[in-house]
Ligand binder design. Sequence first.
Ligand code: ADP
Ligand code: MG
Ligand code: MG
Length: 210
Amino acid sequence: MGCSTEDLVAALRAAAEVVIDHRDELVELDRLIGDADHGENLRRGFTAVVSTMDGGGWSGPASVLKAVAKTLISTVGGAAGPLYGTAFLRAGAALDGRAELDAPAVATALRAALDGVLARGKAEPGDKTMVDALTPAVQAAEAAAAQGADVVATLSAAAGAAADGAAATVPLVARKGRASYLGERSAGHLDPGARSTSLLLTALATHAGG
Ligand code: ADP
Ligand code: MG
Ligand code: MG
């Protein structure tokens, strides 16, 4: 089963609502190892994304993802704004010319998103960032798509791997972003950005099927 542009808009709107609903949890995670704004930064950004999804005139999945990127870049700020903005921008660019999504396209878009985050933030796996959720998610999506999974199953595989990857940030010592200022004291806490990446992918997997 594929995923039309309208399906993608609906899934992104639903994912935005989930992030908004987790505002307080993400604030608390960022309070423990950062500056307590990740949940509010994303609440602001994804509230704007919902408004953007209310617009129309989409010319394909790429146009939708690029609009999300622009919205996030102009509203989120901090470290996560440019990183998520770049992720959505690269994902959109990777889908230029497509009328709808199939599983290989989802894997391609996720790979492009990760490449964008790596290029922008220069984090490596194990640095206790969103990269630790996104990297296994991309690998799982590529494996699922290669085995013939549909869009929902591919996103579900990505979401499961992202959740595991996020959970695995708990014992890590942060080497990028504000949490790195804490040094060893950053260990023992879930990385907020890895958690929000996991939330986003889980919501997309849940809602991509319409
Ligand atoms: P800020 O740290 O500017 O307050 P946020 O609180 O919104 O921004 O986002 C923090 C999250 O951003 C971290 O939990 C981490 O996952 C992610 N992050 C920070 N720096 C990087 C980086 N260089 N590469 C990838 N992700 C990063
Ligand atoms: Mg913060
Ligand atoms: Mg901040």
